[in-house]
Write a protein that binds this ligand. Structure first.
Ligand SMILES: Cc1cc2nc3c(=O)[nH]c(=O)nc-3n(C[C@H](O)[C@H](O)[C@H](O)COP(=O)(O)OP(=O)(O)OC[C@H]3O[C@@H](n4cnc5c(N)ncnc54)[C@H](O)[C@@H]3O)c2cc1C
Length: 648
């Protein structure tokens, strides 16, 4: 496929962009507590600029300290002392022919007391609802007074002036995701009776005044982009038809482009949509806004494949494509397209494990740094930069799962001679079963990418060959990396050897179950297996000894899974242990019988380390990675393998 549209130039106002790919703003938590730019921030953005994207919209920049903060170490645009750092950031991005916009942000009712030390503020005193508001604390906001709102209009414009003073090419105002501007635009959350409330004219006044004051302060030709949640996705909230009216009004006020997103804290899954959403599911919103405005419109969210991005532009649904997680995963996405290497792009799998799930644990110490499941370089572009090996070594990797393949790729990239043994006839290891439950198929991108990298880098892959100490010795390796994964735990419960007992891996590999199923173990694997079976109409009960299920799952996907469980319904019994498996079900610790045709065990993985001892008696250096080292997940395995191989 040719990517002519994606690679064609476009203008936002007078600002010329070399192609249609824009880095969407994503909070990193990489700054200092005082909002100053750090070396980490510069390296992270420079890497993306180098990768060929036309415009970087730098993550949420706070215009108001401390009330407006959303994370502890957010970038600041609220103090003139921050300008010199912002300038250095602009310079490293400009060096690569990439333009920069700073995003002007105030968290509104999404700020939290643990970050700001204060009660959140909003348009009105209306608390967000639902599961996600518990995450942010769920504290009811205080309504801003009219004069406070006016001061904040000034603060946004001052933020824009600082951005311009730092050499930025544009700014974006954040009117999405439950943040302050959306609080004002929302018919649900704005019940004000002053000039900032009422009908659509009143609710847009805050945003209009911001745009107009920015233009007044920094000049009409300084582009202002507006990010908007076109669907707030909560009953009584903003919907696309009204968002169209709002965008027309804001265009007249001076907005030069729209960045169309959706969701709020009431429906957080739409803010960072996981793979449960179809690729490009939100594009219809950008298309709707494009029907009513004359300025460029950007589609964003679950656009991970270049083919989809090109189609969106070709079909006239949007003018620009926002790439968020896609550029975390592969900063070179644009340049690979330009060089005709689209098939080499490391495509995001929308797992959310490294990005939003990591940010969720932010705190005042700044924990919760952004990363990526299979790009461990994110946020460490300088210190983890791969260096050619000083001494070329012969490396043998045992196991072609995620961890083994990553170790092989990184070792080969650094110049080592690598042979990988996989006892099965295909690569992937557990990923082959991990892709089976609902909405998991994109996880196979991990295997596809690593397999193609091994081929490109000349890793010798021995498929269908179980490595033994003798086989390994024949290759006279300097280093052996044991990445043999793990196998399901089968505990010594009475009745565990009955014919009605299978493992989750068996079920996901195609073994049939009866119609009534008990899944023993409510971690991610058990719950995803229950999801898989319940989707087929089976009556499923999950039994878990802990007080909650799926606690090892990424939080957005977990929330969506729990919603599906409520809908099927899947019955969940927590704080419950299995005492015995009988012919027609299980008996729990307190004597309850749960009737079932099939009992599915999902009790974790035990490391396959039987080769460790015989291999350790040899002359080579021996390392263990992935589940074989410590049972975990793809991210822990890949990251550990990466760190080992980058230092070999
Ligand atoms: C249903 C399910 C869903 C999951 N979902 C997710 C998820 O969404 N996100 C996530 O991060 N993690 C997920 N996981 C966990 C994740 O898949 C594993 O943690 C990860 O894939 C382990 O990778 P690994 O390379 O360490 O081991 P494995 O994938 O187990 O690979 C080990 C490989 O070594 C091979 N091998 C063993 N012995 C030898 C030998 N002697 N010679 C040659 N080859 C050998 C095996 O055949 C296997 O291919 C899921 C797991 C399951 C079961």
């Amino acid at each position: 496929m040719k990517f002519d549209r994606l690679l064609s130039p476009i203008k936002i106002g007078g600002l010329e962009l070399k192609n249609r790919m824009v880095m969407a703003p994503m909070v990193t938590n990489y700054c200092t507590r005082e909002g100053f730019v750090t070396q980490r921030v510069k390296d992270y953005y420079e890497e993306r600029a180098k990768g060929g994207v036309a415009l970087i919209i730098v993550e949420a920049g706070s215009i108001s300290y401390p009330f407006g903060l959303t994370t502890a170490k957010q970038i600041g645009l609220y103090d003139d002392r921050q300008i010199s750092g912002l300038k250095e950031l602009v310079e490293v991005i400009h060096k690569h022919g990439c333009k920069v916009a700073f995003q002007l942000h105030h968290a509104g009712h999404r700020s939290t007391r643990n970050i700001t030390g204060h009660q959140p503020v909003s348009a009105s005193e209306i608390q967000t609802k639902g599961r996600w508001s518990q995450w942010i604390g769920g504290e009811p906001p205080r309504a801003l007074t009219t004069s406070e709102a006016e001061e904040l209009v000034e603060a946004y414009a001052s933020g824009a002036a600082r951005a311009k003073a730092a050499g930025a090419d544009a700014v974006e105002i954040h009117g999405g995701h439950g943040y302050l501007i959306l609080n004002f635009l929302s018919p649900l959350y704005n019940k004000r009776t002053d000039k900032y409330g009422g009908g659509v004219e009143g609710r847009t006044r805050f945003a209009r005044e911001i745009v107009q004051l920015i233009k007044q302060k920094v000049g009409r030709d300084f582009p202002v982009i507006c990010r908007i949640s076109a669907e707030e996705s909560v009953e009584g909230g903003l919907v696309l038809e009204e968002a169209k009216v709002i965008c027309s009004i804001l265009e007249k006020a001076g907005v030069d482009a729209f960045d169309v997103t959706s969701g709020s804290h009431d429906r957080y899954q739409e803010v960072v949509p996981p793979a449960d959403f179809a690729p490009g599911w939100r594009v219809y919103m950008a298309e709707g806004i494009k029907q009513v405005v004359g300025v460029p419109v950007m589609a964003v969210g679950r656009i991970q494949s270049p083919e989809l991005a090109e189609d969106i532009l070709r079909e006239g649904k949007a003018d620009l494509i926002g790439l968020g997680r896609a550029l975390l995963c592969d900063p070179e996405f644009p340049s690979k397209l330009a060089q005709g290497k689209a098939d080499e792009i490391r495509q995001c799998i929308a797992c959310n494990q490294g990005c939003i799930d990591r940010l969720r644990v932010f705190d005042l110490e700044g924990n919760g740094l952004l990363t990526c499941l299979y790009n461990p370089m994110v946020g460490h572009e300088r210190e983890f930069a791969l260096k050619p090996a000083e001494v070329k070594k012969r490396v043998v990797v045992i196991g072609g799962g995620a961890a083994g393949m990553e170790a092989a790729v990184i070792a080969a990239e650094r110049g080592h001679e690598v042979t990988l043994f996989e006892k099965e006839n295909v690569l992937g290891g557990q990923i082959r079963v991990a892709v089976i439950p609902p909405h998991k198929d994109e996880v196979s991108n991990v295997t596809r990418y690593l397999e193609s990298q091994m081929a490109k880098l000349g890793v010798k892959v021995e498929l269908g060959r179980a490595a033994t100490p003798e086989v390994v010795a024949q290759l006279k390796p300097d280093v052996v990396i044991l990445a043999a994964g793990g196998i399901p735990i089968v505990p010594a419960i009475p009745g565990v050897n009955r014919g009605n007992v299978v493992t989750a891996w068996d079920v996901l590999s195609g073994k049939e179950t009866g119609n009534r199923v008990v899944v023993v173990g409510g971690g991610m694997v058990g719950c995803e297996t229950a999801d898989f079976l319940a989707e087929q109409g089976k009556k499923v009960t999950v039994v878990e000894m802990l007080p909650a299920i799926a606690q090892d799952m990424e939080f957005v996907r977990r929330g969506m899974l729990l919603d599906r469980f409520a809908e099927y319904p899947v019955e969940v019994k927590t704080n419950a242990e299995i005492r015995e498996i009988v012919a027609d079900g299980v008996i729990t610790g307190d004597g309850e019988k749960i009737t079932a045709d099939t009992v599915v065990l999902a009790l974790g993985v035990i490391a396959s380390r039987e080769l460790e001892l015989p291999l350790s008696r040899k002359s080579w250096a021996l390392y263990c990675v992935g589940d074989c080292d410590t049972p975990g997940n793809i991210m822990t395995g890949v990251h550990r393998a990466f760190h080992l191989a980058r230092q070999l």
